[in-house]
Design a protein around this ligand. Structure first.
Ligand SMILES: NC(=O)C1=CN([C@@H]2O[C@H](COP(=O)(O)OP(=O)(O)OC[C@H]3O[C@@H](n4cnc5c(N)ncnc54)[C@H](OP(=O)(O)O)[C@@H]3O)[C@@H](O)[C@H]2O)C=CC1
Ligand SMILES: O=C(O)C1=N[C@H](C(=O)O)C[C@H](O)C1
Length: 273
C-alpha cells in the first residue's frame, strides 16, 4: 500500500483527492493536513470529504512535522497556496517524504527553493501546474507548433472559477514558458500580462497572457497563433476536476519509484514525449 498524506485536505482538490485515493486498492490516506490552527482539527478526513469515516483526523499544518513522523507517509500530495506549499515541501522533504505538488503561483525564487529541497533531501518529486493528460499533450503540441508559427503573434487566454486566488494560472505560465523556450525568447522580456492604456503597437516578439475569472469555470486555456489572414487556436477545456485528480493518482503511483533528488514532470509520469 502507498501511504499518502494530503495537505489542503478540505479544499476543492484535496477533498477530491482523498475521495479518489480511498477508492483505490493500492493506496491509503494516512494523514490529512489543513491550515495552521484549523477549526477542522480532530475532524475525520473522510467525513469532511463527504465519504465514510477513514479514521484519519485532520491536523493543522503547524504540526506538520509531528504528523508526518507519526503517520510515516510514502508520499505527500499538496494542493494549497504557494507560500504555504514552499514550507510544506521543506518539511516533507526533510522528513524523507516523496512529494506530488499541484499548487500554482510559485515565484521563481519559491520554485528554486522547492527544487533545492528535493535535491538536498534526495526524495522523489512531481511538481506540475496541471495534472490533466490533455493539458500535458497540449504543452507538447505547443512545443511542436511554436517553431512552425514563430512569426505569428502569440496570445494566451485562460479562464477559471471566481474562487481562484492566483493569476495568471500556473498552466498559462507553463504554456508561456514552453513557447518562449522553443522560440529562444527571454521570458523576462517578452511576457505582456494584460494590456491597458496607451501601450503602443504590439511587438512581434511579445507573448500576451490574459486571465478571465467567473462562476464555476473549471479551467480553460487557449493559445492563439495569429497571422495575417488566418489564425490557429489550440484550446483545452477541463469539464471536471476529476481530470486533474486522475493525473494525481498516476503521480502518486509513479513518485516512489521516480529518480530521487530531481523534479519529475507529468510527461515522465504519463510516459508522454
Ligand atoms: N496542478 C493541477 O492540476 C491543479 C492545480 N490546482 C492548484 O491547486 C491549488 C489549490 O486549488 P483548490 O483546491 O481549488 O483551492 P482551495 O482553496 O479549494 O484549497 C486549498 C486548501 O488549502 C488550505 N490551506 C491553505 N493554507 C494551508 C496550509 N498552510 N496548510 C495546509 N492547508 C492549507 C486551504 O484552507 P483555507 O480554505 O482555510 O484557506 C484550502 O482548504 C491552487 O494553487 C490551484 O491553482 C488546482 C487544480 C488543478
Ligand atoms: O485553480 C484551479 O482551479 C486550477 N489551477 C491550475 C492552474 O493554475 O493552472 C490548473 C487548473 O487550470 C485549475
Amino acid at each position: 500500500m502507498i501511504r499518502v498524506a494530503v495537505t489542503g485536505a478540505a479544499g476543492r482538490m484535496g477533498s477530491g483527492i482523498i475521495r479518489k485515493i480511498t477508492a483505490q486498492d493500492d493506496m491509503e490516506v494516512v494523514a490529512a493536513i489543513e491550515m495552521p490552527n484549523t477549526p477542522l482539527a480532530g475532524k475525520d478526513a473522510g467525513l469532511q470529504a463527504g465519504i465514510d469515516e477513514l479514521g484519519v483526523e485532520i491536523t493543522g499544518s503547524e504540526k506538520l512535522e509531528e504528523t508526518l513522523n507519526a503517520a510515516k507517509p510514502d508520499v505527500l500530495v499538496d494542493f494549497t497556496i504557494a507560500h504555504a506549499a514552499v514550507e510544506t515541501i521543506k518539511t516533507a522533504t526533510s522528513c524523507g517524504v516523496n512529494i506530488v505538488v499541484g499548487t500554482t503561483g510559485f515565484t521563481e525564487e519559491q520554485m528554486a527553493s522547492n527544487v533545492k529541497n528535493v535535491a538536498d533531501n534526495n526524495v522523489g518529486a512531481v511538481i506540475s501546474s496541471n495534472m490533466a493528460i490533455g493539458v500535458n499533450v497540449f504543452f507538447n503540441t505547443l512545443k511542436k507548433l511554436a517553431p512552425l508559427l514563430y512569426d505569428y503573434d502569440i496570445e494566451i487566454i485562460e479562464a477559471h472559477h471566481n474562487q481562484k486566488k492566483d493569476a495568471p494560472s500556473g498552466t498559462a505560465v507553463t504554456a508561456f514558458e514552453v513557447i518562449a523556450a522553443e522560440l529562444g525568447r527571454d521570458t523576462e522580456e517578452v511576457g505582456v500580462f494584460g494590456r491597458k492604456g496607451l501601450v503602443g503597437k504590439r511587438t512581434p516578439e511579445e507573448i500576451g497572457v490574459h486571465a478571465i475569472r467567473g462562476g464555476d469555470i473549471v479551467g480553460d486555456h487557449t493559445v492563439m497563433f495569429i497571422g495575417d489572414g488566418e489564425r490557429l487556436e489550440v484550446k483545452h477545456q477541463a469539464h471536471t476536476r476529476e481530470v486533474f485528480i486522475a493525473g494525481v493518482i498516476r503521480a502518486i503511483r509513479y513518485v516512489p519509484t521516480a529518480e530521487k533528488g530531481v523534479v519529475s514532470s507529468m510527461n515522465d509520469v504519463l510516459g508522454l514525449e
